[in-house]
Structures are given as structure tokens and as C-alpha cells.
Design a protein around this ligand. Sequence first.
Ligand code: ZN
Length: 945
Amino acid sequence: MAKGTCMSKALAVGIGVLTVSSVSGLVLMAVMYKLQIDNFPPVSPPTPTKPGIPTGIPPTLRLPDYLIPESYKVFIQPYLYAAINNNYTNQSFVFTGNSTVRVKSMAISETIYLHVHDLNVTTVEVTKLDSNEKLSVKGYTIFQNETNFLKIELKQLSGNGTYYDIFTKFEGELLDNLAGFYVSWYTKKIKAEEEEEEDQERFLATSLLQPTDARKVFPCFDEPALKAVFDITIIHRPGTIALSNEIGGAHKVEIDGEEWIVTAFEETPIMSTYLLAFTVSDFTYKSKPSSTNINIHARKDAIDAGHADYAIEVTEKILKHYEEIFDFKYPLKKIDQIALPDISGGAMENWGFISYQESGLLYDKENASTFDQERVATMIAHELAHQWFGNLVTMRWWNDLWLNEGFATYMSYIGVENAGWDLRDLIVLREIQTAFQVDSLNSSHPLSLQENYIQTSAEIIDLFDDITYRKGAAVLRMLATFITEDAFMKGIKTYLNKFQYKNTVYKDLWSCLQEETKENVEAFMSTWIEQVGYPVITIITQTGETSQEQFLLKQTGGHDIPWQVDIRYIKATDSGVKNDLLRVKGPVRRPHFELKDKDEWLLANVNCTGFFRVNYDEENWNKLRMQLERNHHVIPLINRGQLIDDAFNVARGHRLNITIALSLTKYLINDTEYIPWESALKNLDHLILMFDRSEVYGPIMKYLRKQITPLYNHFENSTINGTIPEKHTDQYNQVNAISVACSNGLPECIKNAKNLFKDYRNGTNDIHPNLRRAIYCSAIASGDEYDWEFAWKQYQRATVTAEKDKLRYALSCTKEIWLLNRYLQYTLDPSKIRKMDLVSTINYIAKNVAGQPLAWDFVRGHWSYITQEYGAGVISLGSLLDAVTKRFSTDVELEELKQFQREQEEDDQGLAARALEQVIERTEANIKWVKENKQIVKEWFMGEL
Ligand SMILES: [Zn+2]
């Protein structure tokens, strides 16, 4: 880790002051610094009684297994005020506390290991429970390396299940690094004298402990399988409320002549440390009492404006739905959900107390699009699913993180149905096609890794990726189809019931599902879970010859172990879906794949329920294309998209001529459905990225303009009238129509966007919230400096995150280099762009062809600052690298990347190492592909003009 490990306490305090004050002005900094020095002089780490600080890393970074924690009693006292005003002139970002953990000792030993990180531990006491005898502590040491071990040395600890209480006192800092117990802030409009509004900074303390940051709040056994019950008490300033996983009761106390509030929470169920959560804020809430009390907490302004109402409504529906389909009542008495100004990763499923970024929980009917509304529903559905998958039943170790995230992702599509959202088909676009991309690289990883491969926090954080979430969801969907959804849901009920409050490995899941089916679950699934990648199935319809091979964009070997592939297929003349289980690599002859009739076609992987791509002989591809052109409704909707996605990618993997893929997009002139359009646009986007700096781009633009015109016209009336179509996917496609038409120069589109934006500048914003992102972007792309400045002012003024996000995106669309460069600089100033928005903002800028080289230079130039200031946990360095290198397709760019990698290795940083390997591999694949295909692509598009 870059941060904190070698820092002295004094330095850490100094940095804490600086970072926080940078958001709130220099005056505050002076005040705070004085307070820190006066009241909380920097304390040196305790001197170990044995000389020297251990630096050697033990062979395993896991805690030894002879101590089993059973319960914790934790007191935490943050000194933060919610507001700095005349009554309180000093702000403080210190917290103190103590913790007593009761452990059962299973072996005789002389040492206790727990986790602690960035905390100053001032007292350690160990008491033997049965005799109430205080043991003499020979010394304790905090390891200054990635183990984060707190080692306590004693004379002797008995085994045989003897109980001990380990008591620690500690002090920590509330930093603004979005990890552990951290400080966040927002601006509140206060009615000052003479009715003038005035902005006031408000502060809150909140936490994000996944995966390994509970140890930053109190010394603990910070591994998911070391579950315990937690008795939490928070001591906080008057005027704030404290929240945690359980129900709390508050009373006033006086400490050293000062008034404080003590909020004591009921004991939690047995749970993992990473699911704990604490918040102290001046937020208010809205409630709905029912069998489980649902409370939504947020800024008072947002609650008063009704922005929490939608979250309450959907939470109730989704919770009820899950309780029914899992046949398991939500186990806590209440569910608090809070909208935070800053959180990394969108949301966190803390048991009984879920935290979200504001746009994930708050919905403003007036200003938000239906997509924003859908985002609230899907995020709630994801986090609520975790209350069972992850919280009630938890993976034993992080190597099986997919059991948490794959399930939550898959279930969220089912959960939202009860809240009126039919998104099931979209799982293919959003999760599966994205997982296909990442998993087609040699640098991908198997869904489940060996337990001992994952040890450091950085390795754990790396696992929160598209494979874990999206491939996880994809293989669960595949398994549900293979054994039937009915059997799948039955097995799930058994699984939850059998392993409640426990930890599992994925084989525990197979054994529960196996009870419900005749299919061999383990034999089928092990090929998808344990090995990296996925296959492309090649079917030659003249002979029925079928084979499988690992699909890689850059075909360098690949492994030879076959997958068990459940191929569901249809033919032109047959009715109904049939299936065939392919277990071997092949080629093998499958008579039912042989086509005798010249008009007959074969379509495999119906509805893309399998996690594999399909390639055919050219003749079958052509027959499928002709069917699409003749009557596309014959081909299932999902497959109209998947055929395009497979063809483009199989072509990128050098297995098909790119012109066949391109030809499949021609029929779209007659299709208005979202899934096929979106699949095509995503793939054409890649083509655009590869060629938008070359002469091929002109013909591509002209072709896209031609293809999109009917779709634009299809929605034109509603676009001009400021209305939206009824069907949700049509609403998405309306946005596609505008974005593609405007960005490819359709004059009526640009004119319309400019007019609407002009009205907005003149004070009337009639643009439907659904269309704002696309219209703002088009207007700013074709506008001038004054349009940009107007949008920037609107961004700064907006209080609703959903609106802010649309403007933040639109600002990246300008073609002016100097504006883009200045915008990049803004991303490092948290008073302009919040830390959690850094990656997406740079991503937007990099997507703009004018912004791409600027973004890469910017990230490279500020890399050490970004990694230090925003380091692991705050932002995903991997997605940042991914974003700024998407266009890379030249030897010069590859050399720049390799140079960057060498610099990283020299610095021994190891941050985002896998992501760096992935983008290098992608760049190499791009270079090869562009060399081979540039001329062919150019000629094809020229031929279509
Ligand atoms: Zn999740």
C-alpha cells in the first residue's frame, strides 16, 4: 500500500489536516491545526519491549487459526462537529475508542495476532475469563508491512477452549480518503439574516470497511470467516445522530464538562467485520414502519424535497420479493439506507445499514431521468440481495468473492421485477457482453482462485472486477438455465437455510443445487469456475462438425481443457429450442447441426444463456444475415444483438472476416429495438476508437448517419416535443438515436440540440431529463467557450446529483483542447470534482477523441500523486488505466505503456499491475488487428456509401 504504512503519526496527522482543509478553506486549516496540536498532540507509536520493528513478511498473511473471536464490545468517539459556527470554533478529525474482544483459545501459545492499520494503539490488556486474571503483556508490536498484524506477546495462553478478553485503547484520524472511518462533507444552504442564503460546509463521519478496513477503526480479527457478534457504542457531538448496523438508543452525558450523546446499539447477529458500518451526521430520515422498519437517511434538503420517497417504495417491494423467493425472512429488525456525499464504489451492503452515493438512493421526480430512477431500483436490488448473499451466508475467503457479487448482480435483475422493472434481457448487454470482453484476454483470471493466491489487501481489491461481478452473474444464469430456474431457486433456499450465519466455498452451493437435479452440477460448473476464459464454439453446418477452443483476442495458446457446454439451438424450419451438451474439445460430428436444405439456418446459444461465443461457416452467417434482412422478428431479440456481438468479436479474434460482422449491421435500418442497436453501437464504437484518428473515419460517419436516420426519425416527434416513448428500452434507444445522429453530423439533430440548449441558457430548460445527457453533450460539442462556462456554472449550482452527473458528462464533450485540459486539472480539486467522480470524469474526457491524448498524459503525469492521494480503495486505478488507453492501437502507444510499466516496477508499486498487463495485451491485439483490417474496413464502408 502506498499510504500510511511507513508514515509517522505526526506526519499522518499533518496530512489529515491538509487534505481535509483543502475542501474547506485555509481558515479552517489553521483552526484545525491549532486544535490538533493543543488537544491531541501527535503521539508516537508504542515502543515495543523487544527491540526492533519486524519487517519480514510471514509466509502467510492470514491470521493463525487457534484464536476464535466470539464477541466484541466497541466504543468509538469521533470528535467531529457537523458544522463549524460561532458556538464551536474548532473542528477535529480525531477519533478515540476502545474495544474488548472475547476469544476462545484452541491451542497453547505465547502470542495473539489481530489486525490493526493506521491506528495508534495506546493500551493492550488481556484477561483470562474464568479466573478474571489479568495476564502480563510482555509487549506488543504493530507490523509495519502489509500484514497489518498487531502482535501481543504473553507468557502463556492456554488452549482447550479457554476464554480471554483482549482489551485495546486506540486513536485514529478521520481522513478524507473514503476508506475505513472517514470524513465527508456537503454544502448546506442556510437562511442567514435578511433572508439571504448562505452556503455552509457540513461534515459527517462515515465508514467503508470492505474488504480490509475494519482494522482501521478498531483492532480486530479482520477476515470474513472470523464472524462474531458486535456490541457497538458511539459517543458523538450534540446535534448529530449516530447510526450503525443495529437499532440504537441515545442519551446525553457530560464528559470533562462537555456535553456528548451516547448512542448504544443492540448486539448484532453473528457477522463478518467488513460488514460493520458507522455514521455520525446531521442527516434526517424518512421511515416506513412495517415488519422490517425501512429508513432512508440523507441531507435534510433532500428528505424535505421527497427525494427519498422512491427508495422507500422500492425497498419495501424488493425486500418482500426476496423474502418470498428465498423463503427466508430478512433477519434484522430494521434496514437503514443512507445517501452519502462521498463513497467509493457506488454502494456498500453493510448489514442492516446500507450506504449509497446519492445518485444510487435519491430520486428527484422533477429532474431525474427514468434511467436515474432505474439506477436507484437496481442498486437497491443489488445491495438488498447481499443481505442474504454475503451477509447471512458469506464466502470463506475473498478468493470466492464471486459468490457474493455474482449472486447480488444476478439477483438484482430478478429483484427489480417486483418494483415494476422488466430488465431481465438487459443482463446480456450489461453484464455478459462486458464479461466476454475482459475474459477474452490472457491476463484474465478464473472466477475462483486458490485460497492462498489471494493474501494482500491489494490482491483482494483487484478482485472487485468485471469477472467477479459480471461473469459471476453470467455463469449463475447459465446454471439456472441448465438445471431449470425452478431447481435453481429450490437449491438456493436450501443453501441459505443450511449455511445461515456461516461461511461457504462454492462447492457448498453445488451440493445444495445437486439435490434438485439429475444433471451433474459439479462436473458442469467446475469447468466454468476453475479455469480462466470461455470458449468459442465453431459449428460447420455443411458437416455438423463442432468444436470448442478458448476464445482469446490475441490467440497465443490458450488452454486445452474443454468446458461443458450446454448448447441451446434453433433452426429455421424446426419449432422450439433443443439442447446438446458438448463435453469434448472436438471437432466432433453432430448430425443435428448439419443443414441439408439450402434455405435452412442454424442459431446456437439461444438468448445467450451460455457463457460462450459461437462461430459458424460463412454460409450460415450469410443465411442468418439474410433472415435478418428479410424478417428480423424470426430471430429472438437477444440473439439479434448477440449475433452482432459474436461476429465482431470473433472477427477481432481473427476467426472471421470483419466484413461479415459489418454486414450484419445493415439490417438495423429496419430494426428499432434497443438490444440489437446497443450491441452494434458498442462494437462500432470499438471500430471508431480504432479509426477515428484516421481517414477511415469519414466513411464510417457517413454510414452511421445513413443507418441512424430512420431511428432518429422514428423518435423525432417526441424528441422535439420533449416527450419520451413508453417502453423503457425504447427510451434507451431514443437516446442512442440522438447521440449517434448528432455525433455523426446529422444536421437536424445538431440544430435541435442547439436550439434546446439555447432555451436552457435563456432560462427555460424544456429538455426531458432522459435526453439531457445527450442534448447537453451535443450542444457543448458543437458550441463555444460560453456554452461550456454556462454548463460549468450549472454544474456547480446543481444540488441534485443526477443533474450534476449529466452536466459533468456533457462538459467532456467539447472539442476545445484548452477547455479539456483545464477540465482535467479540475478533477484533482475535490472542491470542483468530488474524489469519487475522478475516474468517471477522466474516462469521459478520454472517450472524446480530442481528449484522449490529454487524458493519458494527465494520468501518467500525475500518477504518483493520484495513487498517493486517491490510492487503492478510493478509486479503481485499473478502470482509470483502462479508460485512458482504450484507443491505443499504435506501436508508439504500446511503447509508452511498456515504459510506464517499467517505471512502476522500478518504483516497486505493484498498483493496478493486472490492469496494466490487461491494457498492454489489449493494445497489442489492437495493433495487430488494425494492421490487418484497416484497408478492408475502409473499403467496406466506402462500398456502402
Ligand atoms: Zn455487491
